[in-house]
Write a protein that binds this ligand. Structure first.
Ligand code: IRO
Length: 324
């Protein structure tokens, strides 16, 4: 009998050999970055969020981490090659494993142009629409404006429905990268909007927007853009991430992708216990490089073995609450 735990999973109709992969944004801008991720022990590869045009991003320094990964702060400002390039690169990555593209238009119309094009590229398996970039001056996070979010999802899901290409129905997994929510009424508001549409997956969460990390010795901020304000990642955001995974697991029928505070196999296990079907790694990938995936997968397998679990569905979403 083969008792080695399997980490295989699925996102929408896309099957993955393992449940961990990169968070969009970290080490995934260039073709070289993406190939390195494809050759690592990832279940899929997702690109940096893209825009219509190439972007250099914000001035440096725009990223900072504390020495033990307790927190990171970034204000990258959407550096990316542009959406057409990720369409082209898709053929180089999809020969290894599923390739997803993250999309973050600076205007709603730009999102629609990119979705229309990318939904017709055969080598792309999924699209994550980023509704939560915290770092573009003058562009509020769409995920916090439920009216705009509804309007964008109405237009996006019309485009992302079954797509006809050379006579073949070519449907991608379509999902949203959400910001963290902190109030129960906001979880309900967001879920109500999401449940109106056909959304395959939700990635919870993006960085916690507009935090401020300072250097008390220098009496100065640690990154340059926006007077030092940026998106917070790292260990400190795990509790918020788990809460968001679990709320959206309860409130929607979407597949949930956990993201936030993952440094060890236990963190991956906890995300799955809260309902996640797969788990993205951001800050830890930045700190450790792509070898983090084989380590995390191995650590998760050891935890599963010690508990007698052979597959993720044995414990996914089975978080217990304390009864009276
Ligand atoms: O500054 C960024 O590029 C960035 C993006 I688009 C995002 O979605 N989240 C983040 O922390 N940084």
């Amino acid at each position: 009998m083969n008792n080695i735990p399997s980490l295989s999973t699925s996102i929408g109709h896309i099957n993955l050999d393992t449940c961990t992969y990169n968070a969009s944004g970290v080490n995934c801008i260039t073709e070289e970055n993406l190939r390195e991720l494809a050759l690592a022990s990832t279940g899929l590869v997702i690109s940096k969020s893209c825009t219509l045009e190439y972007r250099d991003g914000n001035p440096l320094p725009r990223y900072y981490e504390d020495k033990d990964g307790m927190y990171t702060i970034n204000s990258s400002g959407l550096p990316n090659l542009n959406y057409l390039e990720y369409g082209k690169i898709s053929s180089k990555i999809s020969c290894y494993k599923p390739f997803f593209v993250s999309v973050a238009g600076l205007k709603p119309d730009n999102n629609m142009i990119m979705l229309r094009y990318l939904s017709d590229v055969g080598n792309i398996s999924g699209i994550e629409l980023n509704l939560s970039c915290p770092n573009i001056v003058g562009k509020p996070q769409i995920g916090y404006d439920f009216e705009s979010m509804e309007e964008i999802l109405r237009r996006a899901t019309e485009i992302m429905g079954p797509h006809q290409r050379e006579g073949i129905v070519n449907r991608k997994a379509f999902g949203l990268k959400l910001p963290p929510y902190f109030d129960i009424s906001h979880f309900n508001n967001a879920a109500e909007v999401i449940n109106e549409f056909k959304i395959d997956f939700l990635t919870c969460i993006n960085s916690i927007g507009n935090g401020l990390i300072i250097d008390p010795v220098e009496e100065r901020v640690v990154i340059k853009p926006k007077n030092g304000f940026g998106g917070i990642g790292g260990k400190v955001i795990k509790a918020t991430a788990l809460a968001n995974v679990n709320q959206f697991y309860r409130l929607t029928n979407c597949d949930i992708i956990g993201c936030g505070g993952v440094q060890t196999g236990i963190d991956v296990f906890e995300h799955i216990l809260c309902g996640a079907k797969a788990v993205q790694v951001g800050s830890q990938l930045k700190m450790e490089g792509v070898l983090c995936f084989s380590r995390l997968n191995q650590e998760l397998k050891q935890i599963m073995e010690s508990k007698g679990y052979t597959k993720l569905e044995d414990f996914r979403g089975k978080l217990k609450v304390i009864e009276d």
